[in-house]
Design a protein around this ligand. Structure first.
Ligand code: NAP
Length: 240
C-alpha cells in the first residue's frame, strides 16, 4: 500500500529536500507552507501524487483547521514532518522578531503536533517528526527566542514519546536536531561551521526516519558538539 506523508514547511530549505527525498521513496505527499507558488512548483516536480495546502502555522487556529482538513483530504497519513520554522539574530530583543518566532516555532509547532497526534491515535499508528535544533540544548546569546523555541520543540517531542510509550500507542516520535544547514534561513550568517548542504541533511533525516530514531543529530558529527554543550558549565558557556 502506498505510504502518505505530510511535510509542513515544504516550500524551501530542509523541508523541500525532505519532500523530494520522501517522494523518491514512493511516498504520496501533502505539502504545506505559506507560499503557494513555491509549493505548486515543488508539487509539479515530484513524481508522486501531491496535495498542496497553504497554511500560516503562526496563526494557531488556522494551523489546526488547515492541517486537519489536509489530513482528512489525504484520508490516512503515515508520517507528519513538522519542519516550518523561523529564526532571527536578535540580541536587541526586538519584540516583533521574538513574537514571530514564538508564534511560529512554539504555538504553530504545538498546534500542528496536536492535529497529527489526534490523526495517529485515531488510525492506531503513525510517525511524528519535528525539527528542533542543536540550539535546543542551551540558551542562545544571538537568538534567544529561537534557542528557547527549539528547546520547547525538543521537550514537547520527548513528552509525546513518553505518552506513546506509557499508553502503548503505536506512534513513533522523532526529534531531528540539525547543526548548521545552508538554507535561506542561515544564508549570510557569520561564524557558521560544519555547514551541511540541505540535500545531505535531508538524506540523514530520511535515514533517521527509516530507523525510527528517537533523536538524531544532523549531520551526525553535531552529536559531538551536543555532548560538549551539555557538560559546559555556565561560567564557561556564557563566554562563548
Ligand atoms: N538551516 C539550519 O541551519 C537549521 C538548523 C537547525 C534547525 N533548523 C530548522 O529546520 C527547519 C527548516 O528550516 P530551513 O533552514 O530549511 O529554513 P527555510 O529554508 O527558511 O524553510 C523554512 C520553511 O518553513 C516554512 N514556514 C516558515 N514560517 C511558516 C509559517 N508561519 N507557516 C507555514 N510555514 C512556515 C517556510 O515556508 P513559507 O515561507 O513558504 O511559509 C519554509 O518552507 C526550521 O524549523 C529550522 O528552525 C534549521
Amino acid at each position: 500500500m502506498t505510504r502518505r506523508a505530510v511535510v509542513v514547511g515544504a516550500s524551501s530549505g530542509i523541508g523541500l529536500e525532505l519532500a523530494r527525498g520522501l517522494a523518491a521513496e514512493g511516498y504520496e505527499l501533502g505539502l504545506v507552507a505559506r507560499r503557494l507558488d513555491l509549493l505548486e512548483k515543488v508539487a509539479s516536480e515530484l513524481p508522486t501524487r501531491t496535495w498542496v495546502r497553504t497554511i500560516d502555522v503562526s496563526l494557531s487556529q488556522e494551523a489546526i483547521a488547515g492541517l486537519s482538513a489536509l489530513l482528512r483530504d489525504m484520508d490516512s497519513v503515515d508520517l507528519v514532518v513538522l519542519c516550518a520554522g523561523i529564526g532571527f539574530l536578535n540580541r536587541k530583543l526586538k519584540w516583533e522578531y521574538e513574537e514571530a518566532t514564538i508564534a511560529t516555532n512554539v504555538e504553530g509547532f504545538a498546534a500542528c503536533a496536536g492535529v497529527a497526534w489526534a490523526h495517529f491515535v485515531t488510525r492506531g499508528k503513525g510517525h511524528l517528526v519535528g525539527i528542533s535544533s542543536v540550539a535546543a540544548l542551551r540558551g542562545g546569546n544571538q537568538a534567544p527566542a529561537y534557542a528557547a523555541s527549539k528547546a520547547f520543540v525538543a521537550n514537547y517531542l520527548e513528552g509525546l514519546a513518553a505518552i506513546s510509550h506509557q499508553r502503548k500507542l503505536n506512534i513513533t516520535v522523532t526529534d531531528i536536531r540539525p547543526g548548521f544547514v545552508d538554507t535561506p534561513m542561515t544564508r549570510g550568517q557569520k561564524g557558521m561551521f560544519w555547514v551541511a548542504r540541505p540535500e545531505v541533511a535531508a538524506r540523514q533525516i530520511l535515514r533517521a526516519i527509516r530507523c525510527r530514531k528517537r533523536v538524531a543529530y544532523v549531520t551526525r558529527r553535531w552529536s559531538i558538539i551536543a555532548a560538549i554543550m551539555r557538560i559546559l558549565p555556565h561560567w564557561l558557556y556564557r563566554k562563548l
